[in-house]
Design a protein around this ligand. Structure first.
Ligand code: GRG
Length: 322
């Protein structure tokens, strides 16, 4: 895809994040740790998808600044908090993120925990601040804000992203519970137990990774004024895209190195977890990435807005190296 337009979008998101982050003068060390966790790089995919979906349904720049930008900040703050907590000694115990020491390494364990907590709270504070905008509060846009608020909180919560992390941590699964479409042309020579384990792992991915992609696409669309049917299609797109994205992450974990990725490799294996790519091997995993990406593109196309940027972004993730 056109790297230039993507880098401009990343720059735009970074400006929004800087605008919304509290200044270090406001609260000292904790704000420093929050800024460090957010402004240390990152592809900004969720923020870009949210803004792009908003623009699919609205070209009102003032509305974008009033109601979409606080959500752009919020989703990246939530994403950053999840990475900070995921890296903690009690979780993955990782020391490298986005090419730099993880937050708890740079600021100490307690501050790592607190910076994650603070980012999560602050995400919702940014959205809550919209209530000070009387123009928004006095018309139907406030309904969109409330609806998007609910989607973001549910998708990031115990039945969404955190729920995925719980399944990932406990590794306790109930056979017969998880039903995933896997194209029969991808032939798996697995026994029933292995199939169950694969489905369970895909369920973890759906929750811990897809949910924030779903939230990004859905919130952007809701805030832009989309109807129910389009919001449902975008939820499906986010689900499939997240699965493709996480399996590609597994592949990179096996084929790349920490200097390129900016994070440790083989971390799941070290922590005794088997990823989808390790279960299936590289060839079949690549097929699965393509299959889920095609499903995501199908759902995006069903919205009928012909958003070429999003389409190219979805396609480019198949071949991402980072
Ligand atoms: C409450 C302890 C606690 C945890 C919160 C940690 C957590 C819940 C969930 C983990 C979510 C997680 C780390 C999922 C993996 C998703 C993933 C592939 C993240 C990397 O996304 P990129 O590549 O990251 O978009 P960048 O750095 O580009 O922003």
């Amino acid at each position: 895809m056109n790297g230039n337009s993507l880098s401009l979008k990343i720059e735009h998101v970074n400006e929004i994040l800087k605008k919304y982050l509290p200044g270090n003068d406001d609260c000292g060390k904790i704000c420093e740790a929050m800024s460090y966790s957010v402004l240390n790089g990152g592809k900004r995919l969720r923020a870009i998808m949210l803004l792009e979906c908003f623009r699919m349904f609205s070209n009102d720049e003032k509305l974008e600044s009033d109601i979409a930008e606080p959500f752009v900040a919020a989703i990246e703050f939530i994403h950053a908090y999840s990475l900070v907590h995921d890296d903690l000694p009690a979780m993955d115990n990782d020391v490298l993120r986005r090419g730099k020491p993880t937050t708890h390494v740079a600021f100490g364990h307690a501050m790592g925990l607190l910076a994650g907590d603070a980012l999560l709270n602050y995400a919702f504070e940014c959205i809550g601040k919209i209530s000070e905008n009387t123009e928004i509060m006095e018309n139907s846009y406030s309904t969109r804000v409330l609806k998007a608020f609910r989607v973001l909180s549910v998708k990031a919560g115990y039945s969404g992203m955190i729920g995925g992390q719980v399944l990932d941590t406990t590794q306790e699964y109930t056979p017969g519970t998880y039903n995933f479409f896997i194209d029969p042309s991808i032939q798996l020579e697995f026994n029933d137990e292995e199939i169950e384990r694969l489905r369970y792992t895909l369920r973890i991915y759906e929750l811990k990774t897809s949910c924030l992609f779903e939230a990004a696409l859905m919130c952007g669309a809701i805030l832009g004024g989309a109807g129910e049917k389009d919001i449902e299609e975008l939820e499906k797109a986010g689900r499939a895209l997240g699965l493709a994205f996480q399996i590609q992450d597994d592949i990179l974990d096996m084929t790349s190195d920490s200097a390129t990725l900016g994070k440790s490799v083989n971390i799941d294996e070290k922590n005794g977890k088997k990823t989808v790519a390790r279960m299936l091997g590289l060839d079949k995993s690549e097929e699965l990435v393509k299959m889920y990406t095609a499903m995501a593109i199908n759902s995006l196309s069903a919205v009928g807005k012909d958003d070429k940027f999003l389409l190219k972004l979805f396609e480019s993730l198949i071949f991402r190296k980072l």
